[in-house]
Write a protein that binds this ligand. Structure first.
Ligand SMILES: NC(=O)c1ccc[n+]([C@@H]2O[C@H](COP(=O)([O-])OP(=O)(O)OC[C@H]3O[C@@H](n4cnc5c(N)ncnc54)[C@H](OP(=O)(O)O)[C@@H]3O)[C@@H](O)[C@H]2O)c1
Length: 281
């Protein structure tokens, strides 16, 4: 598995497996399948309610813990120094491990600076190998990264050929922050990426699907992709992207597919913020 180096020197696999919306009852089987077919990065979150399933699969796997890169995220209801600290210990318990490889603030709401202080402490205590954020769009990211002590090593954002996140790239670079792509195939129920004509026609040249071209395009940009599938044949397909290279021309053609550069969700929309705070704050 190819890796990329985070700003603190930690190596992170360039492709991983995400478990958003994977039923808690099915999660152990899915993560076991993913590890068996070769995934070495697993992305979960407190809000996915399936950390136990991930922990069961990892602890029972023949792949040793040090070869697995585990990612989880602090949810809004756990924002603030004390609550975030307690939630980190709870995540470690559920994941059946004494450290996670990457811990992210899931959403930019609530006392995120308090959460970050707890995460910096966990990082210095060795409970976490790297820390970062998720869904911090450019202005919010800039404000946050400017004021915190340990700079975020990762920002996990919606990113795929229709949502390219080109605008935030220079801001992330300024802080040495790497991008990780959620929804790399467009997400559940959306076929704009996996049925895209251009991606399919480029794929034909290499004997690959549109989904594989999308994942290759992301990783060739130096962005970590974490596709989700409950089907083992798709897990295998999504991992099989390292035996071809898109040409400069093909990369440019795909760049022209950008529709919603900063994402399809406006995280600054007051109605959306109100919903999140009322539901989880
Ligand atoms: N930080 C955040 O706020 C955030 C938000 C969303 C997601 N995430 C993370 O990012 C991960 C990936 O995002 P996502 O789950 O939203 O979407 P995604 O990986 O872009 O797409 C998943 C969907 O594509 C289908 N699929 C997978 N491989 C396929 C293939 N080769 N061909 C055709 N269809 C395929 C899956 O169906 P089947 O399962 O039926 O195969 C599922 O419906 C999540 O699991 C989660 O870990 C983070």
């Amino acid at each position: 598995m190819q890796t990329m180096k985070l700003s603190n020197g930690v190596e992170m696999p360039l492709l991983g497996y995400g478990v958003f919306k994977v039923d808690p009852g099915e999660c152990e089987r899915c993560v076991s399948d993913a590890l068996n077919v070769g995934y070495r990065l697993i992305d979960t979150a407190q809000a996915y309610f399936n950390e136990e399933g991930v922990g069961n699969a990892v602890s029972k796997s023949s792949v040793s813990r040090q070869d697995i890169f585990l990612v989880t995220k602090v949810w809004i209801s756990n924002a603030g120094e004390e609550k975030a600290a307690a939630s980190i210990d709870e995540s470690l318990r559920k994941l059946k491990t004494d450290y996670v490889d990457l811990l992210l603030i899931h959403q930019a709401y609530g006392d995120v600076f308090g959460s970050w202080r707890a995460m910096e402490k966990a990082y210095r205590a060795g409970k976490v190998r790297a820390i970062g954020v998720s869904n911090f769009q450019s202005g919010r990211f800039y404000d946050f990264a400017h004021y915190v002590d340990v700079k975020p090593m990762v920002n996990q954002l919606q990113c795929n050929p229709l949502v390219q996140q080109q605008g935030i790239e220079p801001i992330l670079s300024e802080y040495g922050t790497k991008m990780m792509a959620w929804g790399p195939l467009g997400g559940e129920g959306a076929d704009g990426v996996i049925k895209n004509g251009l991606l399919a026609s480029i794929g034909e040249k290499y004997g690959k699907t549109a989904a594989q071209v999308a994942l290759r395009w992301l990783t060739q940009r130096g962005i970590v992709a974490i596709p989700k599938s409950t089907h083992v044949e798709r897990m295998i397909q999504n991992l099989d992207i390292f035996d071809f290279t898109l040409t400069v021309e093909e990369m440019k053609e795909i760049s022209a597919l950008n529709v919603h550069d900063a994402g399809t969700v406006n995280f600054g929309d007051p109605q959306f913020v109100k919903y999140l705070i009322e539901a989880y704050g």
